[in-house]
Design a protein around this ligand. Structure first.
Ligand code: IMP
Length: 196
């Protein structure tokens, strides 16, 4: 099946492609010739994920590119910060979005506490045959004392998944893809797509 992924984030597209390899063909927005910035005006990951998928469908049509459209919205929720940055993870340190500034701000905000517990959450919205379906993934872990590692993107240098000593950015792409929030959500979507 040919599926349009409502994202221009090359890192996400690479992760999703390797998760779906051999089963489905995923097109990112650029590959589909779509270069617009999709508004993320929702107040939850579910809303933003839905808005992105709906925007692409309404503006560019499902059938012209693919058999289905999906979008993901992810966020890092830190216990000592009452779930922040959460839905604001991308813009945590302000606009324009910047991963390094976001990581610096997160470490600053956590200086006063020893509670480093956090979780990553992904919500995928799939729109197929006019129907909307949601798939969620979560991984628990802790926030490192300083950024470590060069792989991945976003908050990966700070996130240590439960059961590991390394941050996501120190782990290989294969290991991250075997356990990550996004992988869990994508695998649920893949299972669902077996019906089609
Ligand atoms: P969005 O889902 O593209 O809106 O991402 C929200 C924020 O979370 C951005 O700052 C991303 O860089 C970050 N983010 C999303 N997924 C991951 C991940 O797998 N690892 C690290 N950071 C991520």
């Amino acid at each position: 099946m040919k599926i349009l992924f409502a994202s221009s984030n090359k890192n996400k597209i690479r992760e999703i492609n390797s998760l779906l390899a051999g089963r489905h063909t995923v097109l990112g927005l650029e590959e589909a010739g779509i270069t617009v910035e999709i508004p993320e005006t929702g107040s939850t990951l579910h809303e933003n994920s839905f808005l992105k998928a709906k925007f692409v469908l309404e503006h560019f049509g499902e059938k012209s590119f693919a058999d289905a459209v999906f979008a993901d919205d992810s966020g890092l929720e830190v216990e000592a910060l009452n779930g922040a940055p959460g839905v604001f993870s991308a813009r945590y340190a302000g606009i324009p979005k910047n991963d390094v500034s976001n990581n610096i701000k997160l470490l600053e905000e956590l200086k006063w506490t020893t509670n480093r517990k956090a979780r990553f959450v992904t919500v995928i919205t799939l729109i197929i045959n006019g129907e909307v379906h949601y798939f969620e993934g979560e991984i628990k872990g802790t926030i490192a004392q300083e950024p470590r590692g060069k792989n991945g993107f976003g908050y990966d240098p700070l996130f240590i998944p439960r059961g590991y000593r390394s941050t996501f950015a120190e782990l290989s792409a294969e290991t991250k893809n075997a356990i990550s929030h996004r992988a869990i959500a994508v695998n649920k979507m893949v299972k669902f797509l077996e019906k089609f």
